[in-house]
Design a protein around this ligand. Structure first.
Ligand SMILES: *Cc1c(COP(=O)(O)O)cnc(C)c1O
Length: 650
């Protein structure tokens, strides 16, 4: 439902029906139950809650209270909250679902998950995953040397897998082989045919036989944004003829006994279960034939791709998915067992590399609204000029004839005459004052139209929806889209966004969010919606002096390290929250970047900056523009700025 267009000012049109509102209605409006996965909810007080638990208790913790507690402790917004319970819960869900599917299907292999480090490389995440994951022998996937090094330092479970993907140099291979000798279950995956020579050479030199995997390129495409990760044009993996060439080379060199695993990755966020089944079918066919070629095999690694239902629509839309975790697991296990049985091949152990599905729920970005510029509503009719250009007079005429039946026509006409006035201004045929007046009349007309639309009850005719999307309020949020939500900008992904308090109040304004980068791309104007993508987000009146907090949910996967320093806005503050004796406690507080930090990332030396500015200030003193005391104050300000947070501090 799109709430009626309104002004952000307290002067509401008198006719609006008084309506009762409740936190349940907010919960439905923002779809919390559809995307929240039972982790998030709305309480009676009107706050968003997160479900946390410790050994003794479960609690629905108010995010607003969490933020209040942080502000009391002096932590500034924006802040990224991490809830380790949600991470644990997802690891458990995926592992238990595979176990259950294996049991029900009487599958004869085991499941071992691995976490692909690239999805969120923060130390805290790797620690949580390796600690909590122990009971499932949950492993890691490394796609580069730095990731391998982090993995080797953190994951020492001999029963868990460490999958080595990515391009490998000698050092990478040597480290992996030595770690295998130390007792880890390392799989070296061939991403390109040419890697084999180097691996065999290092293996001979070190006297360690590798566990080899081949990454195959499926002809089955995924679906969704990354559908080209598979298919003929994919940059990764070996095609069928290259796989056969590798097999022949292994046979000739006597290393066939090392080929233990087949791996594929169809791409991330695959919304459609049919594509997942199809990919698994093709891969397991290859697996069976590799067994028949004489490879020992034993492991099938199905990669990542399990999607997250960001918009809660449970469809094959790119920001959603039409399956649950348990359907995913059941389908995979069924497909693999059926085809293996038919081919008379033993069921392989299964590895999956779900990243997004494991960490997305873990993090929530909270920021405050700094200001609002209201839709340019103007209730009062602007003055009627004498001797005005014809186009301006025409707009004023349009205003006279508006009624319920000609809204679209009046809107089109008003727009047309306004554009004509702009063109006239461009060629010097109208003054700035005349153009300004035409625009004022234009907004007055839109305001009147929007009031009439508001009275048309819920069903706004399709073509007028467009009109009402012109009348939006810009809410300025204290965050950087480029730093904290890069996928919102880069690939048009939608994330659930909503206020975390005041949910007992009806949100009357139609908002678009702008960040503080001053970049015209730094805005969120696509929001989750059950059927499509919504162009506005319903928000409450912003009352200057009172906090208004919004949160973006499901940002734990990919957003943290893909973010960049656009406008030199740095990392946000980060705080972990979990429950102890039924009460939320804050841990793992990581202060975000200071101004000095981000400047040093682009090669400025903070000390030198101070020196340069001091020299400039001293010159101003000698030349009599400021006093020595003012110099001290100005320099203090400069130093404080350097030491401070890159975002708005209040
Ligand atoms: C990125 C990646 C993953 C993780 O994919 P998700 O969609 O996040 O589960 C897994 N495996 C490989 C090889 C990857 O490149």
């Amino acid at each position: 439902m799109i709430p009626p267009a309104s002004t952000a000012s307290p002067s509401k049109p008198a006719k609006r029906k008084a309506e009762s509102w409740s936190s349940e209605k907010s919960s439905e409006l923002y779809g919390v139950d559809t995307w929240g996965h039972g982790f998030f909810g709305v309480n009676k007080k009107g706050d968003v809650t997160v479900r946390l638990e410790d050994d003794e208790a479960k609690a629905e913790v108010s995010l607003f209270e969490v933020i209040d507690g942080l502000r009391d402790r002096g932590t500034h917004l924006p802040v990224l909250l991490r809830f380790r319970d949600l991470l644990h819960s997802r690891i458990a869900e995926i592992n238990e679902s595979f176990r259950k599917a294996i049991k029900e299907t009487k599958y004869r292999g085991e499941y071992r998950g691995v976490y692909p480090i690239k999805v969120n490389q923060q130390r805290q995440v790797i620690e949580e995953i390796t600690e909590f994951g122990k009971k499932y022998h949950y492993g890691l996937e490394a796609g580069s040397k730095p990731e391998l090094i982090a993995a080797l330092a953190h994951m020492h479970d001999p029963e868990a897998y460490l999958i080595c993907n990515g391009y490998k140099d000698e050092e990478f291979i040597d480290l992996a082989l030595q770690a295998q000798k130390m007792g880890l279950r390392i799989m070296l995956v061939l991403e390109m045919p040419s890697e084999l020579d180097l691996i065999l050479e290092r293996s001979r030199k070190l006297g360690i036989l590798p566990n080899l995997g081949v990454r195959v390129r499926l002809s089955t495409k995924g679906s969704g944004h990354w559908q080209d990760s598979a298919g003929d044009k994919s940059v990764f993996g070996l095609n069928a003829s290259q796989v056969i060439a590798v097999v022949d080379q292994l046979k000739e060199s006597g290393y066939m006994g090392c080929l233990k695993m087949l791996h594929y990755h169809q791409g991330s966020q695959i919304p459609n279960i049919a594509a997942i089944r199809e990919g698994a079918t093709e891969a397991v066919r290859m697996y069976c034939d590799l067994v028949k070629e004489g490879a020992p095999m034993g492991v099938l690694d199905i990669g990542g791709g399990m999607a997250v239902d960001y918009d809660g629509s449970h469809t094959n839309f790119h920001s959603s998915c039409n399956y649950s975790v348990s359907e995913y697991c059941t389908d995979i296990v069924e497909v693999i067992s059926q085809i293996c049985d038919k081919a008379g091949v033993a069921h392989p152990n299964l590895i999956s590399e779900s990243g997004r599905a494991v960490v997305a729920y873990y993090s929530v970005l909270v920021f405050n609204i700094l200001d609002v510029t209201s839709a340019q509503t103007s209730e009062e009719a602007p003055p009627i000029p004498e001797n005005a250009p014809q186009n301006l007079m025409n707009i004023i005429e349009v205003n006279k004839v508006i009624n319920k039946k000609n809204l679209q026509e009046c809107f089109n006409d008003a727009m047309y005459y306004r554009d004509q006035m702009r063109a006239q201004f461009f060629y010097g045929a109208a003054t700035l004052r005349e153009r300004g007046l035409a625009e004022a009349w234009f907004w007055h007309i839109l305001t009147r139209i929007s009031h009439i639309i508001a009275e048309l009850d819920d069903d706004i005719p399709e073509d007028l929806r467009e009109l009402s999307s012109t009348l939006v309020d810009f809410y300025y949020g204290n965050f950087s889209l480029f730093q904290s939500l890069p996928d919102s900008w880069a690939i048009d992904q939608v994330f659930p966004v909503m206020p975390i308090h005041r949910l007992n109040e009806k949100p009357r304004n139609r908002a678009v969010l702008a960040d503080i980068t001053c970049d015209c791309d730094g805005k969120i104007d696509r929001f989750i919606d059950k059927e499509d993508v919504a162009k506005i987000l319903p928000l409450h009146d912003f009352k200057p002096g009172e906090p208004y907090y919004l949160a973006v949910f499901l940002v734990g996967a990919y957003q943290e390290t893909l973010g960049d320093l656009h406008n030199l806005l740095g990392d946000t503050n980060v705080v972990g929250v979990h429950l102890e004796k039924g009460k939320p406690v804050y841990t793992h507080e990581v202060e975000g970047d200071t101004v000095a930090d981000v400047l040093s990332y682009v090669e400025f030396d903070p000390k030198e900056l101070v020196t340069r500015f001091r020299t400039f200030a001293e010159k101003a003193v000698t030349e009599g523009r400021i006093s020595p005391k003012e110099r001290r104050e100005i320099l203090d300000l400069f130093r404080e700025g350097l030491a401070g947070y890159t975002y708005f501090e209040s």
